[in-house]
Design a protein around this ligand. Structure first.
Ligand SMILES: C=C(O[C@H]1C=CC=C(C(=O)O)[C@@H]1O)C(=O)O
Length: 409
């Protein structure tokens, strides 16, 4: 690494890095406690006011908070004011595309287990499809639920975070992130690390934007097959329905807070290195940009989270079904990761395409939106394709390919 690279220990770091913006922080000046995303609806302003109190032991603490909202709205948020922030030049030096060809950590040997197995996941999808067909009153009819599965990868050595972050930068279409996670005493540090293609909410002054994704197909190496698959996704009533539910939910929540809200009637395409998605960029202008309680990026992210891109519609029906059908708790996977400054500006990304890394283990997660027309085997294949970003970064693809020939991954 050249001498311009700053000293940075990812163990204590927080990272959000994309083509437009780099935010890399170090250490914790102050924790900002909030019991739940629900509580943020009333507490966001007081959490943000905490930022203006000086922290004598950390004179370089920037006037912003960073952290994550867990998937469950009723679980504690993990927010903190960092001890210091790297300059843009330092942040760019650390994760510059020049390092994108970083080799994977050497000498790792892996054991892999699908939790649940591919077959069990497809069975859970089939049960969800049954629920989606069950009659109930129009207000409570389940229209969509997002079901996730995980791959538990155990290595013979502790997993290093920096090469992983640098390899995730291969995909310039996504936002690379590193979120330190709360852990019990005497446990090794844990982090959520990934490359999110999905903007939950960004706010700058009066302007806000959200870029929900839903509807997916794996990228194919053959250009004509790839184009045919993309066309099929765009033409699919099922994929369009799955997507529209997300856009409508976000637009309904943002509209009352906005003077203008632009919601395109048709989704566009969003490509990552391994997937195609239907995506809609929603843009608006806030009515009251100074009302930090309701319109800070933190309050707005907490309002939208979790969207039907990661939970379902209606949320109150989707949450319990996810609890019943998913054997592994999501924690901060499908939560939100981001930042907010004392003026309310900031950006929050949907915490997908990631792994929870702790010591020798990495738990990779992937989910898929299930609607009444979903075909279980296809949804299992979609989640398998969504693992690819993390599998590549961990250099696990050869191990997976070998295992896939004779096991149920
Ligand atoms: C839940 C995930 O993806 C979401 C984002 C984009 C497309 C999705 C879909 O087509 O189902 C999901 O809503 C995931 O990657 O784990």
């Amino acid at each position: 690494m050249p001498s311009t690279a700053p000293s940075f220990a990812p163990r204590d770091g927080f990272v959000l890095h994309n083509a437009q913006h780099s935010l890399i922080t170090h250490g914790v000046a102050r924790r900002l406690f909030c019991d739940s995303a629900d509580a943020l609806a009333t507490q966001a302003a007081s959490v943000l006011h905490g930022l203006s109190q000086p922290v004598p032991e950390h004179p370089q603490a920037p006037g912003l908070l960073v952290g994550g909202l867990p998937f469950r709205r009723d679980a504690a948020c993990h927010l903190f004011q960092p001890a210091r922030q790297l300059t843009q030049a330092q942040a760019q030096a650390l994760l510059t595309p020049g390092y994108a060809n970083t080799p994977a950590q050497e000498g790792l040997q892996w054991q892999l287990q699908a939790q649940p197995s591919r077959t069990a996941y497809a069975q859970a999808v089939a049960r969800a499809v049954q629920q989606l067909h069950s009659p109930s009153s129009p207000d409570t009819t389940l229209q969509k639920v997002v079901l996730a599965r995980s791959l538990l990868a155990e290595s013979n050595q502790p997993i290093a975070l920096l090469p992983l972050l640098q390899r995730l930068r291969h995909d310039a279409s996504s936002t690379t992130y590193l979120l330190p996670l709360p852990v019990d005493a005497n446990h090794p540090p844990a982090h959520l690390i990934g490359a999110s293609p999905e903007l939950l909410l960004a706010r700058h002054g009066r302007q806000i934007a959200s870029h929900p994704l839903a509807g997916s197909v794996r990228r194919h190496p053959d250009a004509s097959t790839d184009a045919a698959q993309v066309q099929a996704m765009q033409d699919s009533a099922k994929e369009q329905h799955e997507h529209r539910l997300v856009v409508e939910a976000i637009a309904d929540l943002l509209a009352p807070l906005c003077r203008h809200l632009h919601v395109p009637t048709q989704p566009g395409l969003h490509a990552t290195a391994s997937m195609w998605h239907l995506g809609t960029r929603i843009e608006g202008e806030l009515r009251e940009p100074d009302a930090l309680d309701r319109s800070s990026s933190l309050a707005l992210a907490a309002l939208l989270h979790p969207t039907p891109a990661v939970c379902g519609t209606p949320r109150d029906r989707a949450y319990p079904l996810i609890d019943t059908l998913e054997p592994v708790a999501r924690g901060f996977f499908t939560g939100a990761v981001g930042w907010c400054d004392s003026q309310g500006n900031g950006a929050w990304y949907v915490a997908i395409r990631c792994a929870q890394v702790q010591g020798h283990t990495a738990r990779l997660f992937a989910g898929a939106g299930i609607v009444a027309d979903s075909i279980p085997a296809q949804e299992a294949a979609e989640t398998r394709a969504k693992f690819n970003a993390m599998l590549h970064s961990l250099d696990l693809q050869p191990t997976v390919a070998a295992l896939e020939r004779d096991t149920d991954l």
